[in-house]
Design a binder for this molecule. Structure first.
Ligand code: UGA
Length: 498
């Protein structure tokens, strides 16, 4: 590497004081320019001679256009963020915020996971995550099991713990309630802290449950609360986090909106300011409409199949209408994952609780529950009773690009195959370990060719790119659940909705 590459980047700082100007420089190691604001805030807090400054201008050396102009409010701007929970949302939020120049302390109760993250080993598979984790300097990114340390050393705390569904569809708030009590305990010793809820919670929960529990444990109400829902998709999590369509900010006052906008200062997007319950509802509505689009596409797809029409071609044309858009109109075996199913169920449950009928959402759910079973029915139609037959199930994750199998349509398919007495030969490039915990006894294959070779019939559930290859299937019957192949390829091919 040339010395040019290793050269520090220098910034000239002009501070306007009541009685004139002060100037100094800040040098950042290559790659650490993004932490300039933290270095500057630290310097302004430490140097007593800079107290009561009027404004600060920051110039990159060689430029006479300021890259930042900062008011005295900058002294208290939140630059160090703690994130409670290192699941998908928590870890991506922590890593993403640090990549965008914030100091981040992640916190989780799982010691082993914390140790892995500190060793810079990503505990989940997500494109680009491992590389980004490695690139974060220790000084700016750490993970701990010590909640007190995380809160006392940060300006704002994001809550990103799970809110899984109970059997009834109602949200299980036990983790988030515990987090709220624990945060409150620490806030006994701290005033004015900003708590930001990122977990998906039913409208009303942030203010009526979380805020209340924090205040009870803290013994005071001198803290601030906000709700900033997350819209990232698994498999594209970092990309979505770093380039959001919008950032929805649910707050109780303008000051908190400004603080959150500062946390996301380096994100070029629209900031949508609203109340906390509205922010909570926006998150549910987004996921519910995505789920509705998919179930709608599936219902139309089932009709198309009966008519001998390809629903993908239909949706390609329909989606050209910008009011509709082509996104989330891919028909197939239905939606899975930890979000769309959970959020649709939670809204249905909410409707029952507040006595507002939700027939549309119930239908969305119903279509989705039966859709994966169509794959098994089509397979049986093709090769006869499945009892004693070997069926290859290709793609176990709930979608490509992730090892997550939560609510995966593959689970419904495998369960039904086993119920009908078939032998299951399962393949996935990265989700086998997770699926083996649900179905320890079925056969797993690291190479799809081997599973296909031993199968009487092949069911395609999740469209990993390596499975989108006509050559793999040759003379086997393929029941295609998610457009593995672009075109119908002869008499051995059967699409679920085309
Ligand atoms: C979803 C939303 O898309 C995110 O905006 C949201 O932040 C996230 O939930 C969440 O609440 O955390 P995700 O569950 O990662 O993201 O996945 P999607 O890409 O929406 O796919 C969900 C399921 O629908 C998958 O099983 C996928 O295969 C299926 N799908 C998706 C279809 O069947 N057809 C489509 O056209 C699109």
């Amino acid at each position: 590497m040339s010395s040019q590459v290793n050269k520090s980047v220098v910034f000239n700082i002009d501070v306007s004081m009541q009685d004139g100007k002060r100037q100094f420089k800040i040098a950042c190691k290559p790659g650490e320019e993004r932490y300039l604001l933290i270095k500057l805030q630290d310097k302004l807090k430490q140097d007593k001679s800079l107290l009561n400054y009027k404004s600060v201008r920051v110039y990159k050396q060689g430029s006479n256009k300021p890259c930042y102009t900062l008011s005295p409010k900058f002294l208290t701007a939140p630059l160090t963020i703690s994130v409670i929970g290192t699941g998908y949302v928590g870890l991506i939020t922590g890593v993403g915020l640090c990549h965008r120049g914030r100091r981040v302390i992640c916190m989780d109760i799982d010691k082993e996971k914390v140790a892995r993250i500190n060793r810079r080993e990503a505990p989940i598979y997500e494109e680009g995550l491992q590389e980004m984790l490695i690139s974060l300097p220790e000084e700016y990114f750490s993970c701990t099991t010590d909640l007190k340390h995380a809160i006392m050393n940060s300006d704002a705390t994001f809550i990103a713990v799970g809110t899984p569904p109970k059997e009834s569809g109602e949200q299980d708030l036990s983790y988030i309630k515990q987090a709220a009590r624990d945060i409150g305990n620490v806030l006994k010793h701290k005033k004015g802290h900003l708590v930001v809820v990122k977990s998906t919670v039913v409208p009303g929960t942030t203010q009526k449950v979380i805020k209340k529990l924090i205040a009870e444990s803290a013994g005071h109400s001198d803290f601030r609360i906000a709700m900033v829902p997350e819209f990232l998709r698994e498999g594209l999590a970092l990309q979505d986090f770093l380039n959001p369509f919008r950032i929805v900010v649910g707050v109780e006052c303008d000051e908190d909106f400004d603080a959150i906008k500062f946390i996301y200062k380096e994100f070029k997007t629209i900031f949508f300011k609203t109340t906390i319950p509205t922010a909570e509802m926006i998150k549910y509505t987004s996921n519910a409409i995505l789920a509705t689009k998919i179930s709608f596409a599936n219902e139309i797809g089932n009709l198309c199949k009966g008519l001998g029409v390809d629903v993908y071609e239909v949706m390609d044309a329909v989606g050209l209408d910008k009011r509709i858009s082509r996104k989330h109109l891919n028909a197939g075996r239905g939606f899975g994952g930890s979000c769309l199913p959970k959020d649709v169920k939670a809204l249905i449950h909410l409707g029952k609780r507040i006595k507002v009928p939700t027939p549309l959402l119930s239908a969305v759910w119903e279509v989705n529950e039966t859709q994966p079973l169509r794959l098994v029915e089509l397979a049986e139609k093709r090769v006869g009773l499945l009892k004693g037959k070997s069926v290859a199930v290709l793609g176990l994750a709930f979608k490509p690009g992730t090892d997550d199998i939560r609510e995966s349509p593959a689970i419904i398919v495998i369960r039904e195959l086993l119920r009908r007495g078939a032998e299951v030969l399962a393949y996935d490039p990265i989700a086998i370990d997770n699926m083996a915990r649900v179905f320890p006894k079925i056969k797993y294959f690291k190479d799809p060719k081997e599973a296909i070779a031993q199968a009487d019939v092949v069911i395609g559930v999740t469209e990993w790119p390596e499975l989108k290859n006509e050559e793999l299937y040759k003379d086997k019957v393929l029941i295609d659940g998610m457009k593995f192949l672009e075109k119908k390829t002869g008499k051995n091919y059967e699409g679920i909705c085309w």
